[in-house]
Design a protein around this ligand. Sequence first.
Ligand code: ADP
Length: 393
Amino acid sequence: MKPGILVINAGSSSIKFAVFRDAAQIEPQLLLKGQMEGLGSDPNFRVKDASGQSVEERDEWPRGSSLDHAGALRYILDWLDECASEVKIGAVGHRVVHGGLSYDRAVQVDEGVIADLERLIPLAPLHQPHNLASIRALAEVAPELPQVACFDTAFHRAQPRVAQLFALPRALLDSGVRRYGFHGLSYEYIARRLPDYMPAGKVVVAHLGSGASLCALQDGRSVESTMGFTAVDGLPMGTRTGALDPGVVLYLLQERGYDARAIEKLLYKESGLLGVSGISNDMRDLLESDDPNAAEAVELFVYHVGKHAAALASALEGLDALVFTAGIGENAAAVRERVCRRLEWLGVRLDPEANRRGGPRISTEASPVSVWVIPTDEERMIALHVRDCLRAA
Ligand code: ADP
């Protein structure tokens, strides 16, 4: 039996997972990807192999069974034991959204780490509790398995101090009200891949998925990002506002009868592409629609990607390359084309045919700024962290 690493990404009502074969000296090899959705209500379980072929689909559960995180993790481990018998899970890596000020790398979980991460729940109330629930549940279900927490913030901890500050009173800054940045596992993965494509330099990476952000990399290190204290800052996203004048929030609270819960719903669930289009949070639907509101939502998205990319080029004091990744970045040639047109003045020269083919290089040979499409792989990055972390231990 081959040793395996289980990667867990736990949300409020779903657990996504991936299984990698852990082979010495070579990159972890993906074996399976799956998810349990509908936790607490109507569970369904799906697993695919590395080529994307379905290997398991289950929708029927005994009446009255409403799996929680612990039940789902027990089910996933039992299923792997039974149906993926060529691999034996020896360690687990979790995606954890917030590592606060102190965690600048992945860490093996113990009681002290769990206590630290619990203190960060108020900083990421929508994600951190579910990440921790699955860590705690796994410790109960399989106490013999070492667990590693991998943070979305850690990669950005090395940013220059000035990039991490808000113009707020010092006491607030010192208490942790800072710009943390997110999508760090995706950017770290891209940074690892970059030497396969280009020499070290000044790179803006656009992670454009249902959550969207940009990161400025100097020689593979994060120096600036568009997300800040929370994952709602920066670009407009599927359902999130992106950067919003805080005066709007005050106005809604003071004059329009919103309370904190209604504001949270507005900022995270009702805005972005969905709010502006009134149609969908899915870029595919908007690109296919002939509704002017859909067109305006796409225009707003493209405008902000261009505007923030230029701001990040300023943080880098130059730009050698632009990288597109994640669902929209990897698949939506029309969005990439429009973003690149907005950045022509910075030296971006798109090769439209290469862009339609999906790259990897989508700029002309002569383009002063090279432009690339590079698929991200956050699960693989977590598997790599698990391996490195446990070897170091
Ligand atoms: P997340 O992991 O944040 O949920 P993804 O990285 O999977 O998100 O990206 C989801 C987004 O990618 C959705 O807005 C979806 O519309 C978009 N997307 C996926 N495929 C395409 C495509 N072929 N054309 C345009 N957009 C696409």
